[in-house]
Design a protein around this ligand. Structure first.
Ligand SMILES: [Zn+2]
Length: 198
């Protein structure tokens, strides 16, 4: 299935299995030696690499008709305008995190140049809104799109000084740390809506 410079997922999988060590798995990744790696490595091992699934199963909301984002009323979002939506759950999370969505049922690669430019402006505004919160050290942006089909880009604030949370594992820590207190969360949510409205 791969062209001269394409990816062959079956070959990648087989090569990886051939690289299994005596323990029957791949060696831990280089990141396991980084100071930000969030797990103790004693006894840690890579999971078995499963077969590729082709064609891939559909994501949530592949069509606008069964898309939960498209069905949400504007009141459920922290901020909206004619073409963009910003969500922040009412229930506290461990760290301030907001999600930028297009109002139209689009995926990342569907944006035309004008929409892409609008997206960039809104991401920077969200970054500034989160960076203005006391105690925020840095603001991170990440986009996967493997779970839900409707465009959604995450923006997350890392607390200042918590340098152990730097980088890619912030998303792991987010799910491990306890939630912020509800009053703080609600105030941050209001702040984001106000900041973006200006
Ligand atoms: Zn949608």
């Amino acid at each position: 299935m791969a062209g001269q410079f394409g990816l062959d997922p079956v070959a990648i999988t087989l090569r990886a299995r051939e690289a299994y060590g005596p323990g029957g798995s791949l060696a831990l990744p280089l990141t396991a030696g980084w100071p930000i790696f969030p797990f103790e490595t004693d006894g840690l091992r890579m999971t078995h690499l499963r077969d590729p699934v082709l064609p891939e199963p559909p994501r949530n909301g592949e069509s606008a008709e069964d898309c939960s984002t498209c069905r949400l009323p504007d009141d459920d979002f922290a901020w909206t305008d004619e073409r963009w939506l910003v969500s922040m759950p009412a229930e506290p999370m461990s760290l301030p995190g907001v999600v930028l969505h297009s109002r139209a049922h689009l995926d990342f690669g569907d944006l035309d140049d004008e929409q892409a430019a609008e997206m960039g402006v809104r991401l920077i505004r969200i970054q500034r809104a989160l960076a203005a919160i006391e105690g925020v050290g840095r603001v991170h942006v990440y986009k996967w799109g493997d779970g839900g089909a409707h465009l959604h880009i995450f923006v997350v604030a890392r607390p200042v000084g918590m340098i152990q949370l730097k980088g890619m594992f912030l998303t792991t820590w987010m799910h491990a740390l306890p939630p912020l207190d509800p009053l703080t969360w609600a105030a941050i949510r209001r702040h984001v809506g106000t900041a973006l409205g200006a």
